[in-house]
Design a protein around this ligand. Structure first.
Ligand SMILES: [Zn+2]
Length: 246
């Protein structure tokens, strides 16, 4: 696959996944925080199976454990720094925003989503640079996990009284950074096996950071521990099953 096709796959996983989430969210009418929290935990479970079963395994396979660990550390460190120095909002907390910051609520949310979706696109792009099978499996898994995330993006907009088409469009747009991530992954991952291993490890570290910093805490806050654990369990269960199938 060339870089244009890979970018299109990333865009597809992002825009169709989150857009479908926005669409489902319309049918659920006004999703409760318990519901949104549980599906976010589900998305977290899928993300963790992608990190450990696909990205880390492929990174080690490309260039050994050293490259995988360097990539993982860089991903976690850079996302820690971004988290620390760039003010942005997590998906679910947008409605209770009281912002003393200079950036507007919408911008902060968009930034949060962009930060979240970029490394997932990077995973897809580097996946394709590794093999078509891996790239396709990642596109489908990440696209699937974007559905609950799109629903979580849509929920506060619905509560704010946005009309249905606007909710779907905003949810779908939130997936676009994934296409950019996929492009970067395809270009960088094509340089050498070592760079590809670093890129896969980096995506793994960034995604693990997001799971621990955003998805799981947001889920616990909204749905409590037990529903969140149920969501994480179902996501991990499906992630393992899916990885075995492809
Ligand atoms: Zn995600």
């Amino acid at each position: 696959m060339n870089w244009l096709e890979i970018t299109a796959m990333g865009m597809f996983a992002g825009v169709v996944g989150t857009g479908a989430g926005g669409l489902f969210s319309i049918f659920v009418k006004k999703p409760t925080p318990r519901f949104t929290g549980t599906i976010l935990a589900f998305a977290a479970g899928i993300m963790m199976s992608i990190v450990f079963l696909e990205l880390i395994v492929e990174s080690i396979g490309q260039s050994g454990v050293g490259a995988a660990l360097i990539g993982l550390s860089a991903g976690m460190l850079i996302f820690y720094l971004l988290d620390h120095y760039l003010p942005h909002r997590h998906i679910i907390t947008v409605e209770e925003a009281h912002l003393g910051s200079y950036l507007k609520k919408g911008t902060l949310l968009a930034l949060g989503i962009a930060l979240h979706n970029f490394p997932e696109g990077l995973a897809i792009g580097s996946g394709f640079a590794g093999s078509a099978d891996l790239g396709l499996a990642l596109t489908l898994l990440i696209g699937l996990h974007n559905i609950p995330e799109g629903m979580a993006v849509a929920a506060p907009l619905q509560q704010a009284g946005y009309n249905s088409s606007k909710v779907i469009v905003v949810a779908a747009l939130s997936g676009t950074p994934m296409g950019i991530g996929a492009l970067v992954g395809a270009l960088v991952g094509g340089i050498s096996a070592f760079i590809l291993a670093l890129s896969l490890g980096f995506a793994a570290g960034a995604m693990l950071y997001i799971v621990c910093d955003e998805l799981i805490p947001d889920a616990y806050e909204s749905a409590g521990a037990h529903l969140s654990i149920f969501g994480i369990f179902t996501g991990t269960f499906l992630g393992i099953l899916f990885t075995e199938w492809f």
